[in-house]
Design a protein around this ligand. Structure first.
Ligand code: C2E
Ligand code: MG
Ligand code: MG
Length: 714
């Protein structure tokens, strides 16, 4: 084998086209070499081999741009030889040189894959060179295209998105790897099939077949996004949420020739979004719609009610005394009660109604399709009923009643906020009416609610502004008429409304917890006053202080009593604490402990408003009580023949004596009442008949006078 560069003086950086010439020893070979010697800008470097085997060996080394194959004249093996060469050429173009009489064989070679042929006697340098150049250029072009295609293929397969293309009639023409796995179709299988068969999409909400974006992309010649909530159904039925777009494909002249759909799996993203939206709209504890979702639904219900002219009901629920459950049994039990309540509420309303949790122990039920206003009342009754059975939680049977306020659209408000607020106001009225009932909103309630709000605001500032005062009402020994003690009664010198008695503000202070610091102030003030009377040389007079439930249950209560007694240097026997039956009977075990501790200190203990609660007599016996204060409702009309009051008063006095507890009659207003009580040997009395509650210095005057109080200060 020998080779030579045919163009002499070719500069070193000019790349020559390597031509492999396979020709026998005929004179044609030198002629060819000569014909290629004078080439233009791209010279030819001819390597001439005589045998096919040498040619194949040379080809395997690479670097050959084109092959010139001389077909031997009328050789029966010529085509066989050609086939062998074609196989080894791997796309290197072949130009066949045939004798004048062998044109047929040359044509056969073309049919089998040769690129061109020339007849030996008929070619010249120009046509040979042009033929070779064309072949080489074409090959290079094809190679470049192939490389580009390969690169595109690799790129399409390495992106995370699925790519699917179709021809103009909507038949699949390509799927990348991701598209293959997401559709379940291999590219091979999908080729030529209608798009709808390979790319099955449905609407995630309606489950109906989704419109394929491709038609629109082709028709309108623009990029079109897939419908939201689009779900791709894989060949095996597996579903995945997808997102993205379809665009038309153009040819060089800008004509649409097909379309490409690019999509990706957004299941995880959609799931997270769904979860996030659930968290934002549902209560974590009960999984009920929260305040925000309720407001949305109520607003929607209002706009549809406005169109259809129907009514909407809003029930605002607050559990009664839920705080006691939380305080006594702990938050875990409290949480379970809320969950159990949520379940019962959901079970007792219609599917179209919304039960939501506002927070804490507050729930709201939305009744969006009310035919009659009374239906809201019926729903409220159902709720009361559903909650009347005890909840069995952690081996406790817990009774949880509920107070419900009802507001109606459009009567009680035009928007969600007002309706909820008015139902809330009505709920307070239900609480005030003794709990475990429902109340429809009335306009007057609103005024009360506003008043209440403003009162709460100024109540918060009353302590620091020193607006509270104590008045004292004497307790009288009914035998002697002597003053036995003073009950401290709180008054609020309100900057705008004048002197307010406790009924105007103590319930509010109890609700918002302010009663604890206020109670502490009362205790200190009362002890100071008693000390001052002693220091002034007046007769030692025990002072009574009213203690409400929240104060009594406060964990610092005992500590505070001790600290205040110490600070005011008052002997404990000069302090008497008054608690109502309901305070004492809630959580009797704790009550017994606390009373025991107070007794050890030496403080005196009295049951206030006796007869109005539901005291268990066995507990009354167990508690270390000093006195029973008979409620004034029994003392009132004691002498009227119509009432049973006389019998009750008699019974209480007898019971007090047998329990060795003093009995004090409250609200003595008349001479007759006094006479009756004295007849029954009631120990003490208190009331307007003896004296109204008076300021501390006036009380001092009563003590100074030191005379039996009969008709003074009436
Ligand atoms: P209470 O402890 O039963 O106090 C007796 C109430 O009856 C007082 O009302 C007193 O003014 C009133 N009263 C006395 N004699 C008569 C009478 O002959 N006829 C009539 N109709 N009423 C009479 P007040 O001062 O309005 O207090 C009402 C309630 O407020 C008290 O009832 C007590 O439960 C509560 N309270 C008063 N001061 C305090 C306090 O410092 N702390 C707490 N937590 N509650 C207090
Ligand atoms: Mg009292
Ligand atoms: Mg009382």
């Amino acid at each position: 084998m020998f080779s030579f560069c045919l163009k002499l003086g070719v500069s070193m950086n000019t790349v020559a086209n390597n031509i492999l010439l396979i020709a026998g020893d005929s004179a044609d070979a030198p002629r060819i070499q000569e014909a290629l010697a004078e080439s233009g800008s791209e010279p030819f470097k001819v390597e001439w081999v005589r045998q096919l085997t040498d040619g194949l060996a040379r080809l395997s080394k690479g670097g050959v741009e084109a092959i010139l194959l001389e077909l031997l004249p009328a050789d029966i093996h010529s085509i066989e030889t050609f086939d062998k060469l074609l196989l080894a050429a791997h796309g290197v173009p072949i130009l066949v040189l045939a004798g004048e009489g062998d044109e047929n064989i040359a044509r056969q070679a073309i049919e089998r894959g040769a690129n061109d042929y020339l007849l030996k006697g008929r070619f010249d340098s120009y046509s040979l060179q042009r033929s070779l150049h064309n072949m080489i250029e074409r090959r290079r072009g094809e190679e470049a295209l192939f490389i580009e295609k390969e690169r595109a293929q690799v790129t399409l397969n390495s992106i995370g998105d699925a790519v699917l293309s179709t021809d103009i009639s909507g038949n699949v023409s390509y799927l990348n790897v991701v598209a293959e796995s997401m559709t379940g179709w291999s590219c091979q299988e999908a080729l030529g099939r209608p798009l709808d068969e390979v790319f099955r999409i449905i609407d995630g909400v309606t489950r109906e077949i989704a419109t394929n974006p491709l038609d629109l992309a082709v028709k309108e010649n623009r990029t079109v996004c897939l419908a939201p909530n689009c779900i791709l159904v894989r060949r095996d039925g597996f579903e995945a949420a997808i997102e993205n777009s379809a665009s038309p494909i153009h040819d060089r002249k800008g004509r649409v020739t097909g379309a490409v759909i690019i999509f990706h799996d957004v299941s995880a993203k959609r799931e997270t979004a769904t979860e996030m939206s659930h968290l934002a709209h549902y209560d974590y504890l009960t999984d009920l719609p929260n305040r925000m979702l309720l407001k949305d639904r109520l607003t929607q219900a209002i706009s549809s009610a406005r169109r259809n002219g129907n009514r909407i009901g809003v029930l605002f629920l607050d559990l009664d005394q839920f705080k006691h459950i939380n305080d006594s049994l702990g938050h875990a039990v409290g949480d379970q009660v809320l969950q159990s309540v949520a379940k019962r509420l959901t079970a007792c309303v219609r599917r179209s109604d919304t039960v939501s949790r506002q927070g804490g122990d507050e729930f709201v039920v939305l009744l969006p399709e009310l035919e009659h206003v009374e239906d809201a009342g019926l729903s409220a009754k159902k709720v009361l009923n559903a909650l009347s059975e005890p909840h069995r939680i952690a081996e406790h049977d817990l009774h949880v009643s509920v107070s419900i306020g009802v507001s109606i659209y459009p009567d009680d408000g035009q928007n969600a906020e007002t309706l909820i607020q008015h139902a809330d106001t009505a709920m307070y009225q239900a609480k005030a009416n003794g709990r475990d009932n429902y109340q429809f909103f009335k306009k007057e309630m609103n005024i009360r609610a506003i008043e209440r709000q403003s009162l709460e605001g100024s109540l918060r500032r009353a302590l620091e502004r020193a607006e509270f005062v104590l008045h004292y009402q004497p307790k009288i020994n009914l035998e002697t008429g002597a003053i036995t003690g003073a009950e401290a009664l709180l008054r609020w010198q309100h900057p705008d409304r004048g002197l307010l008695t406790p009924s105007h503000f103590v319930p509010i202070a109890e609700d918002c917890g302010l009663i604890v610091p206020i109670g502490q102030w009362v205790l200190r003030e009362a002890c100071k006053q008693s000390r001052a009377w002693l220091d002034a040389g007046l007769r030692p007079t025990p002072v009574s202080v009213n203690v409400s439930a929240l104060e009594f249950r406060d964990k610092h209560f005992l500590e505070n009593v001790c600290a205040i007694l110490k600070e005011t240097r008052l002997e404990p026997r000069f302090l008497e604490l008054e608690m109502t039956e309901s305070v004492l009977m809630a959580r009797v075990e704790c009550t017994a402990c606390m009373l025991g501790a107070l007794k050890v200190i030496g403080v005196r203990l009295t049951v206030d408003d006796f007869g109005t609660g539901y005291s268990s007599l066995s507990y009354l016996n167990r508690f270390p009580l000093d006195a029973l204060k008979l409620d004034r409702s029994f003392v009132h009309e004691i002498t009227s023949p119509r009432a049973n009051n006389a019998a009750i008063v008699r019974a209480v006095i007898t019971m007090g004596k047998s329990l060795r507890q003093r009995v004090i009659a409250e609200g003595v207003e008349t001479r007759e009442e006094l006479a009756f009580l004295r007849d029954q040997h009631c120990d003490e009395g208190q009331g307007y008949y003896f004296s109204r509650p008076v300021a501390g210095d006036e009380f001092a005057k009563l003590l100074e006078a030191d005379e039996p109080l009969t008709i003074v200060n009436r």
